[in-house]
Design a protein around this ligand. Sequence first.
Ligand code: URA
Ligand code: SF4
Length: 205
Amino acid sequence: LHPASEDIASSPSLASLRARAIDCRMCELCGPATRTVSGEGNPKARIIFVGEQPGDQEDLQGRPFVGPAGQMFDRALREAGGHRADTWITNAVKHFKFIPRGNRRIHQKPDASDVTACAPWLAAERRVLAPGVTVMLGVTAASAVLGRPVTVSRERSRHIPLEDGSIGLVTVHPSYLLRLPDEESKTREYTKFVTDLRMAISALA
Ligand code: URA
Ligand code: SF4
């Protein structure tokens, strides 16, 4: 374990975690990225949404889910009856992983070792927040939270008991919806996504 991870594990608040994460150098992803993108939201939230990693816009603005996938997420959350202001939103990996191509930066999926390196931050975030419900957006988030390989299609759309007694729910990543080729599948998959978010929110009642 990296020496810093004890420090992370003993961090008493979300604010102190954010402050400590600014200078994190526990893996190589901090090199090319602009900044750490920590989780944000309501420190009293009872529901946490976990994504994959910051994208281009998130890296530039320093906030999670503010780019195209974030807009898709916000819309679906509203449609499911949720309010972003009542939630906590974060990522499995806190630095943007990309390869430069011309003046564009092409997103690279974080691999298992990236997720493992960054895991102390997510674990500490979830320990401090102690949410009743953890929503895993896509395969990277799901394997980060569940600590094992996950097939999203097999495990989505149901309440999964987590080790600490709280509830987990796996669904797709909103960027999956953006990549679908035709309107028909977009509409169908968006509806399923909203249904999953509703199921997650209903677990709070
Ligand atoms: N995709 C993610 O997984 N997280 C973000 O913050 C933005 C896009
Ligand atoms: Fe630290 Fe995570 Fe960034 Fe790696 S990706 S440097 S572990 S914050």
